[in-house]
Design a protein around this ligand. Structure first.
Ligand code: C5P
Length: 218
């Protein structure tokens, strides 16, 4: 008998970086590999959930049983998140770019002697924060925080600022981004649960077991 405590539950996961166009051939990006988010989507499906995974540009195979939607930009990610609602839980693992180019011309920007073009940025929407106040707010809304110092303190501030239920804080001061392992601190209104460093798929499974417990309690 398989252990399927998430059976009948709809779970949304975002993962990976976003790419923000500067022109048709150049973009702004970050070092997120998408591996932790993909491991979480895989664990959720394994525990019986109906999983929608909204993925930025990554080089990873779709986990078995997961419905995957590929996007490039933060604006596209936000639109796909909206379409995926309602869900029981949303786990926002993506490293969404904070800014995009204010204008992205349709033609490649040409080198023009010594004239260096200015890159004007504009802020991207905060997808996690927008879900917190959404009419179809997920019952359990989980954000991630990549921190290099004062991990728990920064995550507690983020929990309040974003209006989510849990923040999963991870220490990215080492080689976590793109690496094999991760260590989580789960920050909720009731306190902090700190888990030892483990492989990304092992810690993903543990997180989804905790999500299953929380959803079972209502
Ligand atoms: O503010 P910060 O980027 O550190 O917050 C990280 C959390 O917020 C992650 O869960 C991330 O997926 C989410 N986020 C988002 N949209 C943004 C920026 C962050 O959903 N534009």
């Amino acid at each position: 008998q398989q252990h399927r405590p998430l059976s009948g539950k709809r779970i949304l996961v975002t993962a990976g970086p976003t790419h923000e166009a500067i022109d048709p051939v150049r973009y702004i990006a970050n070092r997120s590999s998408g591996r932790q988010g993909f491991a979480i989507a895989a664990a959720a499906a394994d525990l019986g959930a109906d999983v929608t995974l909204i993925a930025g540009p990554v080089h990873l195979a779709t986990p078995p049983g997961v419905v995957r939607i590929d996007v490039e930009t933060a604006l596209q990610m936000q639109a796909e998140v909206e379409k995926a609602l309602p869900v029981d839980a949303a786990i926002m693992v993506a490293a969404v770019a904070d800014w995009r180019a204010a204008q992205a011309p349709e033609q490649k920007i040409k080198k023009d002697g010594g004239n260096i073009p200015a890159l004007n940025l504009t802020e991207n929407p905060d997808i996690l924060a927008s879900l917190a106040t959404h009419a179809k707010r997920p019952k359990l809304l989980i954000g991630f925080a990549a921190e290099t110092e004062k991990i728990v303190e920064h995550a507690q501030t983020k929990l309040a600022k974003k209006g989510c239920d849990w923040i999963v804080a991870n220490d990215v001061s080492g080689d976590v981004m793109g690496g094999e392992n991760n260590a989580f601190h789960i920050i909720t209104k009731d306190g902090v649960d700190s888990w030892p460093e483990s492989a990304k798929d092992v810690i993903a499974r543990k997180l989804m077991e905790k999500v299953a417990d929380a959803l079972a309690k209502g």
